[in-house]
Design a protein around this ligand. Structure first.
Ligand code: F6P
Length: 509
């Protein structure tokens, strides 16, 4: 099969040099790359479409065609969209229909043949899928990764702050594009059933897709890279990473505590990841403080408890709260923060920390899926994870526990969850084994690729049902002049008054 991925945001390069250096270079890129590679290994022809960027700050994204070493079936195809320089994903909307989609269609026109199916990622990829399908008739699957309405919830959108939020995040464009994507896709792919019902079921998507219709949805969970995240794997820089972690612990942790296990937190420094919830849980529980230290793995920030160097204003906000908690609860000597980026180095750090019988924690307020705990578990760490979102389905099933679920809003509950593994060596063994078994059985990229292939075949066989009422495509997405922009009133209606306008007609087409 010939399958094309639509992923305008971030970018792909053969060495993954930029992963985690910007919010747009996050888990979605890992996901698309790994599914594409696994499908390529199965013998299918794969194109990953992304944006061509000619920007001295982001070198490596200028070539129109690229690929991955040892993956002859997978092409990275870079198509211009808007200006040459890097654009954050929030700024891409006007350029998808105006440049990017025509560039993709032209690319295939020159090759003389379109792919069998497109698979679109995030609302911006989804919009491209909608426009390509409208012009060529080639179907697309839609994988949202993260939906704007939930982000609005997390940011506390109100009628009063709506204009300010929209000016920064362009939620009007995003929600309308997401509604179109889930409405006009051949099928919507979610990581969990919960994602389908809770996220697509948000009132802002009412009238775009029926979450109770099994023929509009397929569940395909993402996976971990077993060659990297494994207790017995070895990174090229394995010893260096171990020494670096040791050196950071010597710098930050009191001498008498250096052999204690660590509570490992490895996520972007964003309020929604709730690192402060974890730190307060630790700070307020003397038993926990006796048994473990906290280790923050902060991608590119080397010593963020002491310096702002290299951090963005948003990260500084989170770091400020962390530092205040460290000062108020006198956590110096019990907490360390270190820069580890890239999957191989991260896995090496997990292996070092697993030897000290550490535990991985993710206490995000809401986590759509939660790949990071799966990677940690595959490498041998037991996990303590938020019960809000996808993790609830992954780490517990039919009364079986594979990891410990906690309430991220309740520091006592987080502390109790951590104590279950840290206070009892048998429990540590149990959850380290059960967690790893769970990942290997269910969550590998080979499994994900098989899932995509099966969905693509079922699309071709007519198994899924197209939406009964296709939503009209607003003019802005083809002719992005300011006067055609999606008005703020539309966002207000979608987000605050869906009952009044169950099937909004966005704008003239
Ligand atoms: O990389 C993971 C991811 O979910 C991407 O889909 C997206 O780039 C980002 O994180 C979340 O985006 P947002 O905060 O705009 O919902």
């Amino acid at each position: 099969m010939h399958l094309a991925f639509l992923n305008p945001q971030g970018n792909f390069d053969p060495q993954d040099r930029y992963w985690t250096q910007h919010p747009d270079f996050g888990g979605q890129l890992v996901y698309v790359k790994q599914v594409a590679l696994a499908l390529g290994t199965m013998g299918h022809r794969i194109d990953i479409f992304t944006r061509r960027i000619r920007d001295p700050q982001w070198p490596g994204f200028a070539d129109p065609l690229d690929g991955y070493p040892g993956a002859p079936n997978v092409r990275i195809v870079r198509i211009p969209a808007g200006p040459d320089h890097f654009l954050p994903k929030e700024e891409l909307w006007p350029h998808i229909g105006a440049d990017w989609v025509p560039g993709i269609i032209e690319f295939y026109r020159r090759e003389g043949r379109l792919p069998d199916i497109f698979t679109a990622h995030y609302g911006d990829g989804g919009l491209a899928g909608v426009l390509i399908a409208a012009q060529t008739g080639i179907p697309f699957t839609f994988t949202a990764h993260s939906l704007g309405a939930q982000k609005m919830d997390q940011l506390g959108a109100t009628p009063e702050n709506l204009a300010a939020l929209d000016a920064r995040y362009h939620f009007a464009r995003r929600l309308v594009a997401e509604r179109l994507s889930m409405n006009r896709s051949a099928v919507n792919i979610t990581s969990t059933r919960q994602e389908r019902f809770e996220q697509y079921g948000h009132r802002a998507y009412r009238g775009a897709v029926d979450v109770h219709d099994d023929r509009r949805f397929a569940v395909v969970p993402p996976g971990v890279n077993r060659a990297i995240f494994d207790p017995d794997a070895r990174a090229e820089n394995e010893e260096w990473v171990h020494q670096y972690v040791r050196a950071c612990l010597e710098r930050d942790i009191r001498e008498d505590r250096r052999d204690l296990p660590a509570i490992v937190l490895s996520s972007r420094l964003e309020p929604k990841k709730n690192p402060i919830g974890l730190i307060l849980a630790f700070a307020r529980n003397p038993h926990l403080r006796e048994r473990a230290n906290v280790v923050l793995i902060t991608a590119h920030l080397d010593d963020p408890l002491r310096t702002d160097e290299g951090s963005s204003p948003a990260e500084q906000e989170v770091l400020g709260r962390i530092r205040r908690a460290v000062g108020e609860h006198n956590l110096w000597g019990e907490i360390s923060a270190m820069a580890i980026s890239g999957q191989a180095s991260l896995a090496a750090a997990y292996r070092f920390l697993a030897r000290h019988r550490s535990v991985f924690a993710l206490t995000a307020l809401y986590e759509p899926f939660g790949l990071a705990p799966l990677e940690a578990a595959a490498t041998g760490l037991p996990v303590v994870v938020t019960r809000n979102g996808g993790p609830a389905e992954i780490w517990q099933e039919d009364g079986e526990e594979y990891g410990i679920l906690v309430d991220p809003a309740d520091p006592d509950n987080i502390a109790r969850g951590l104590m279950r593994v840290l206070a009892d060596p048998l429990a540590w063994e149990h959850f380290a084994c059960r967690g790893r078994e769970r990942v290997l059985a269910r969550y590998t990229w080979e499994r994900t690729a098989e899932g995509y292939l099966s969905v693509a075949q079922r699309v071709q066989a007519g198994h899924f049902r197209p939406a009964e009422r296709p939503l009209p495509i607003p003019l802005f997405f083809q002719d992005p002049r300011p006067e055609n922009d999606i008005p703020l009133d539309e966002l207000h209606r979608l987000y605050f008054e869906p009952e009044v306008h169950p099937h909004p007609i966005h704008l003239p087409t």
